[in-house]
Design a protein around this ligand. Structure first.
Ligand code: GYE
Length: 349
């Protein structure tokens, strides 16, 4: 992989280009102040790239749609800090794929050392990742996957979303059995995440694969709440209007769960232990774990957002010319009222 020497050579070429660009931008195209500010940032990056003292990483994050996402962004920022030897360029795509593609293109043109990004959905990345490959910039996928040829990325760090979906269904199997309800017919609705994202696809598939073995589990409906509280609430209201007898809500993240619980309570019902509707959630952020403890959420399938340290580790290996795996799967748990107590205090997000 790229060592400091090669980086320096590349930096010299970029300096020449940028001097030209800055000279052109000085020709009355930008306001003076903006140009000076931009110039300042560019100058700093250039100086860093030239000295080779820090590893320059371009990070494209999906957005800030959920508590999980914010924790994930922080984890990356913490791990790829200056003290750890990084110069981090970040972009928040506000849940739009075209913004992510734009950010990645800009990282390519800035000749960063690595691109780290979490693909909002699986499809649609071939062209831009081919461009990164042509430019010789290693791409590290984080959290969600891209449906592309393996040669278009160096490695992926994330969680096993299909297993998360399966774990949700296994918990339900077990729960119904314990309550002696395994023969009863059970009506289920699914609040899905962003359509076509790995988290939506995996969690839906994992759950449905297990559900297929239970002819008495009726999946009444599944619709997207886009991983947000507001949409989760809206979609839950639609479900409640349409279906009289919902037994189980499978909500593919905690933020949608918060919205769904509001909708259910406003309709005069209760979720969780002793309530009317069984509530299954994913992510396991602190607020949700508190609801597991108080009994409003029956089970929360953890998805671990602390992926920054893995990224730092992978980059370290690449910098030393060591081989990396094609995939790193982050470990996670399943939280119920029985075990949540021991984890709640240490939860930082
Ligand atoms: O569950 C959700 C977030 O891709 C695992 O994205 C991630 C999901 C997470 O917005 O809260």
């Amino acid at each position: 992989m790229k060592g400091k020497q090669e980086r320096k050579k590349r930096a010299a070429a970029i300096t020449a280009l940028l001097v030209l660009a800055l000279a052109l931008s000085g020709c009355g195209v930008f306001h003076k102040e903006e140009a000076a500010q931009e110039g300042g940032k560019v100058d700093e990056r250039l100086r860093i790239q030239e000295s080779g003292e820090l590893t320059v990483v371009g990070f494209s994050q999906i957005g800030s749609e959920s508590v999980w996402r914010t924790a994930n962004t922080r984890s990356v920022e913490r791990a790829l800090s200056r003290e750890n030897g990084y110069f981090l360029l970040s972009d928040n795509a506000r849940q739009r794929q075209e913004n992510q593609i734009k950010a990645i293109r800009s990282y390519i043109s800035q000749r960063v050392d690595y691109i780290v990004f979490s693909p909002i959905m699986e499809e649609g990345w071939d062209t831009v990742l081919e461009e990164a490959k042509q430019a010789g910039i290693p791409v590290i996928l984080m959290d969600r996957m891209a449906d592309v040829d393996e040669s278009l990325y160096t490695t992926w760090v994330g969680t096993d979303m299909t297993k998360e979906g399966e774990n949700a269904a296994r918990w339900l199997e077990d729960y119904l059995k314990r309550k002696g309800r395994e023969e009863e017919s059970v009506n289920i609705v699914i609040l899905q995440g962003t359509p076509g994202s790995s988290s939506e696809l995996g969690r839906t598939k994992g759950f449905e694969d297990v559900a297929a073995a239970h002819p008495n589990w009726n999946i009444l409906d599944k619709r997207t709440g886009d991983f947000t509280t507001a949409k989760g609430k809206e979609v839950m209201q639609q479900f409640l209007r349409r279906y009289q007898d919902i037994d189980v809500v499978v909500s593919q993240n905690d933020d949608m769960t918060f919205g769904a619980i509001e909708a259910i309570e406003e309709a005069g019902m209760r979720t969780g232990a002793g309530g009317d509707i069984i509530m299954i959630s994913f992510d396991a952020v602190k607020n949700a774990l508190e609801m597991v403890q108080s009994g409003k959420i029956d089970v929360d399938i953890e998805c671990n957002p602390e992926q920054g340290a893995y990224i730092d580790d992978v980059i370290g290996k690449l910098e030393r010319g060591e081989k990396v795996e094609k995939a790193y799967v982050v470990e996670e748990k399943v939280f119920t009222r029985e075990n949540v107590g021991e984890y709640l205090d240490s939860r930082s997000y």
